[in-house]
Design a protein around this ligand. Structure first.
Ligand code: URA
Length: 235
């Protein structure tokens, strides 16, 4: 059970004071009857709330996919630079949103934003071995030798041993395009893996996290809520 003003304001689109004003002015109904008491308590999972005639679809947590552009920090807040949370449209913003798994500032592609700490834990826990797929453009040609090194497990310059990973060459040449599949999320991992093989990453895009694939209809900078089916991928 929670207070009506808190229940509505937790959905992120209205401040608590605006919510209280709406309730007091008689614009909010609960289970078909006007409720003018902001402190009245209801079960958010079962009550039907309308605001100015529009039904509120209550979500305890939100799950958002973003196609992150380059130049944006993958954190909740930063005093100096724009973040993935800053980039969300107003109607998707909620308190406590954070990116579940980080990308570097210059990396683009799939970021999952949520306020559900358990989900983030499930995605990031190394034991779950969730595969993340990336497309990567490099600064020099690739060979089967590089693919074998990924499959064996690369040891980074600082001695960290990475788990076996997959490198698939999609287009070879002076600036080859490849797909990388890793189960970990170490700091700058892909750049450091290629660094050991004397290759520089010139462009990097995450295209999936487990079964969740970046929606190709999202342009860079755009976001959408996950569907119910997509939310089920991480249970
Ligand atoms: N590996 C990297 O080097 N950078 C990223 O942003 C993600 C994986």
């Amino acid at each position: 059970m929670q207070r009506l003003d808190k229940l509505i304001a937790s959905q992120g689109t209205r401040s608590r004071s605006e919510t209280v004003r709406l309730i007091r002015s008689g614009q909010v109904t609960v289970n078909g009857a006007v409720c003018r008491d902001p402190s009245a308590k209801y079960d958010a999972d079962t009550c039907v709330v309308t605001i100015a005639g529009q039904q509120l679809s209550y979500r305890q947590y939100v799950y958002i996919m973003m196609n992150k552009p380059a130049g944006i920090l993958c954190v909740s807040r930063d005093p100096k630079a724009p973040t993935v949370v800053d980039l969300l449209p107003q109607e998707m913003k909620r308190k406590n949103l954070f990116p579940a798994g980080r990308l570097d500032k210059d990396t683009v592609g799939l970021v999952l934003l949520t306020d559900d700490g358990d989900l983030a834990h499930r995605i990031l826990a190394p034991k779950r071995e969730i595969v993340k797929r990336y497309q990567v453009r490099l600064d020099a040609p690739l060979s089967d030798e590089h693919c074998r090194a990924f499959a064996k497990g690369i040891t980074l310059a600082d001695g960290t041993r990475c788990l076996p990973a997959e490198l698939l060459i999609l287009e070879n040449g002076e600036q080859p395009l490849a797909e990388v599949r890793i189960m970990e999320g170490r700091y700058h991992q892909i750049k450091r893996m290629f660094g050991v093989l004397d290759r520089g990453v010139v462009w990097l895009k995450r295209i999936s996290i487990g079964k969740l694939e970046l929606d190709p209809s999202l342009s860079e900078g755009e976001s959408r809520f996950l569907t119910d089916e997509e939310c089920g991928f991480f249970e």
